[in-house]
Design a protein around this ligand. Structure first.
Ligand SMILES: Nc1ncnc2c1ncn2[C@@H]1O[C@H](COP(=O)(O)OP(=O)(O)OP(=O)(O)O)[C@@H](O)[C@H]1O
Length: 248
């Protein structure tokens, strides 16, 4: 079992005069069985969209997605239970006032007893290095601490696939090192997008997305070949931050 993407297209209304639609992903096909997959690409290339379709947050216009035996398009609710997703900016996904309450909320279906639920939530936050912040308002946490709190809540329910959108963007050096260690230890299959080339090079599989298309798919050696382009821009194009959405 793994993650299967078959001829995936995502289009949104607008812009193109001929079709009235903007293509965001075009014909993405990949079968991912490796423990760690990194998705590389410039800003606007389609990385987040590729991740969002994995748990049904975004519906493809056409194509198949199967995650660990679940047809994501047909069963988006099952997919959301199986696929833990951590956003680049996790503020929106922390639903409760404090990290402790947020992790407790995640655990509500797993542990009926409030005392055991609280203890489990405290243990998980301690393991993540957030014990000293568990009672603070999520708005008083730093961006990196919020990201770790969101990750704790997601991991609390033991998803079979973990999807992380630019997981190290908000982390300082120490928390990035802690995150890398955690990534090495997690039993789950993980798919993550990143602009962090060292993080991508540590993955088993690398997908390079450009203009909504999968332009390269292979091992971590692709980081040497494509990494600089994914940071500075692809040859023959403008500079970084060009919007790389799929053209008509
Ligand atoms: N719902 C939507 N409606 C219209 N356009 C969208 C929508 N979702 C994404 N896009 C556009 O599709 C393109 C790809 O977006 P996406 O967020 O997947 O890029 P990304 O590679 O993750 O970029 P970044 O590195 O900046 O996070 C962008 O041009 C974005 O503006």
């Amino acid at each position: 079992m793994g993650v299967l993407l078959q001829d995936l297209h995502v289009r949104v209304p607008g812009v193109d005069g001929r079709t009235g639609e903007t293509p965001i992903l075009e014909g993405v096909t990949a079968s991912l069985r490796e423990p760690r997959t990194a998705v590389l690409g410039l800003n606007g290339s389609g990385k987040s969209t590729l991740l969002r379709v994995l748990n049904g947050l975004m519906r493809p216009s056409s194509g198949r997605i199967n995650v660990h035996g679940i047809d994501v398009v047909a069963s988006p609710r099952r997919a959301r239970r199986a696929v833990g997703f951590v956003f680049t900016d996790p503020t929106a996904q922390l639903l409760m006032p404090t990290p402790l309450e947020d992790v407790e909320l995640s655990l509500r279906d797993e542990l009926g007893d409030p005392g055991r639920r609280r203890q489990r939530a405290m243990d998980l936050l301690e393991e993540m290095g957030l014990g000293h912040r568990m009672h603070h308002s999520v708005y008083d946490l730093s961006g990196g601490q919020r990201q770790l709190a969101a990750l704790t809540s997601v991991l609390a329910v033991d998803p079979s696939l973990l999807v992380l959108d630019e997981p190290t963007t908000l982390l300082d050096h120490r928390n990035r090192a802690r995150f890398l260690e955690l990534l090495g230890d997690l039993p789950q299959q993980v798919v993550f997008s990143t602009h962090d080339l060292a993080l991508a090079a540590a993955a088993d599989r690398v997908l390079v997305v450009h203009g909504g298309r999968l332009v390269a798919d292979g091992g971590p050696e692709l980081v040497d070949r494509y990494g600089a382009w994914c940071v500075d821009g692809f040859p023959g194009e403008g500079t970084q931050n060009d919007d790389g959405a799929a053209g008509a």
